[in-house]
Design a protein around this ligand. Structure first.
Ligand SMILES: Cc1cc2nc3c(=O)[nH]c(=O)nc-3n(C[C@H](O)[C@H](O)[C@H](O)COP(=O)(O)OP(=O)(O)OC[C@H]3O[C@@H](n4cnc5c(N)ncnc54)[C@H](O)[C@@H]3O)c2cc1C
Length: 432
């Protein structure tokens, strides 16, 4: 029997340890430490390094990676179970060495990087010594990469990059950026764009401003608007083949999206647990909120949505392990991507509302979760685009009908059935 919804006992033991470790050792850090990507924050590093050592001792460091890159090769399904727990804390992914966007950047460096690129950029990234950024979206349009204008041209032995990028997360803390640029205007965008590794201290990498999310104070955000002004990088800083940017982006974003889905399960569960606690604790004159049927409906809807979403994530992770090819799981990953903001938004909104004024205040995390859900609906591509992917892939598995009537048209089917069983039916009638 291949369908199995149980976790093997040895890995469950690890998950139990992670659950306690995150709750007791890491979640308190979320309340006192700054940005996990800021590797110049030595106070934070002094606290976090010993925790990272414990994670390594438990064989859980960089669990998204195969053994050839220093991971355990757990695969995506086990990673999903782990990320569900890590997704509940801001610092946990960094303590476990599997934080976005570094995971996706590491993945493409591992897949497409040369030995020198791996030694210089991938190794310190995997060791948690540096941070990285992914610089693809442009200010005039992000959802459609064929509109990108940033150019890279060869000049002697160097590539010269010129253009603007928007919302490059964590660029202010990054040691290097992976930049997508047009290298050939004669061919289609799908063949004419390339990826580059750009060290962040290269002259001409100018952060215009760091954009914040929601109510973050101006200038303190971590999503950079960057102007690349005649940025010169050596020829060997091309990542993968010239013209290969789209294939690389798909590799990166496929993994990145499903990992966001895994962590979002954790966020949803956190909001859901808070909702249940509140429903059982807050009294009305008729008893606790939990005794009101209208509240019970909200709890039931939230549980059902969370379980459906979690199963979709786990099944998609299982499919990736099975096929080892993101392209074959494109529809499923797109479905996860399109579902996650809605489920998180629904559950966080209901949890917020049940907390009354406290829920909307800055003393609870719900408003941040709602903004987080809206961010998930945009980062790595807007929901609409992913729904189109799902629909297109699904429609490939179907075909149009010949003739006027649908294949399920009852009178046509009945006539066909009568014709098929005519002899038998006549015989039955004659015997009656
Ligand atoms: C928190 C966060 C982090 C991010 N981090 C990064 C990063 O590290 N690096 C990076 O390069 N980018 C990053 N982005 C940018 C992200 O990839 C883009 O926001 C996204 O691709 C959408 O592009 P846009 O914002 O230009 O929106 P637009 O392309 O202007 O789209 C706006 C809206 O138009 C509609 N729309 C657009 N196209 C279609 C279509 N084909 N069909 C139907 N409707 C459509 C949708 O409603 C969409 O939301 C991040 C974004 C967020 C919110």
């Amino acid at each position: 029997m291949a369908w199995d919804f149980e976790t093997e006992p040895e890995f469950q033991e690890k998950l139990d340890w992670v659950e306690t470790f995150v709750r007791e050792e890491i979640e308190p850090l979320d309340l006192v430490l700054g940005n996990p990507y800021d590797k110049s924050d030595t106070k934070a590093l002094d606290i976090v390094r010993p925790l990272q050592r414990q994670v390594r001792e438990h064989g859980l460091w960089a669990a998204h990676l195969g053994p050839e890159l220093g991971g355990q090769g757990y695969g995506q399904l086990k990673l999903a179970l782990l990320n569900e727990i890590l997704g509940q804390s801001r610092w946990a992914p960094t303590v476990f060495g599997c934080q976005a966007p570094d995971t996706g950047n590491a993945e493409i460096l591992a897949h497409f990087g040369t030995d020198e690129q791996k030694a210089r950029y991938l190794e310190p990234l995997l060791n948690g010594e540096i941070s990285s950024a992914y610089s693809m979206t442009e200010p005039h349009g992000g959802a459609d990469p064929t509109l990108f204008r940033t150019r890279a041209e060869l000049d002697g032995g160097e590539w010269v990059i010129t253009g603007e990028k928007w919302f490059s997360s964590n660029a202010r803390y990054a040691s290097f950026l992976i930049v997508m640029a047009v290298t050939n205007t004669e061919v289609s965008a799908y063949q004419g764009m390339s990826m580059f590794i750009v060290p962040a201290d290269t002259p001409g990498v100018n952060i215009v401003r760091n954009v914040g999310i929601g109510t973050e104070p101006e200038g303190e955000g971590s999503h950079a608007y960057i102007r690349y002004e005649n940025v010169r990088v050596p020829r060997d800083h091309l990542l993968g083949e010239e013209g290969g940017a789209f294939a690389i982006a798909q590799t990166r974003l496929g993994g990145g999206r499903i990992h966001h889905g895994m962590r979002t399960v954790g966020q949803c569960r956190r909001a859901f647990d808070m909702m249940c606690e509140r429903a059982l604790s807050r009294q009305t004159r008729d008893g606790p909120l939990a005794s009101l049927e209208i509240v019970q409906e909200q709890i039931a809807d939230s549980w059902i949505e969370l379980e459906q979403f979690r199963l979709l994530v786990l099944r998609t992770a299982w499919l990736i392990d099975r096929y080892q090819d993101y392209r074959r799981v494109r529809k499923d990953i797109a479905a996860v991507k399109a579902t996650m903001p809605k489920v998180l938004s629904n559950i966080a909104q209901r949890a917020l509302h049940l907390h009354g004024a406290l829920g909307v205040s800055n003393e609870m995390p719900f408003v941040g979760m709602l903004i987080g859900a809206e961010s998930l609906a945009l980062a790595d591509g807007p929901t609409e685009v992913h729904k189109v992917t799902v629909a297109r892939q699904v429609l490939r598995e179907h075909k149009p009908v010949d003739g006027l009537w649908p294949s399920a048209h009852l009178p046509t089917r009945r006539a066909d059935a009568r014709a098929r069983f005519a002899e038998l039916l006549e015989h039955e009638v004659a015997n009656a």
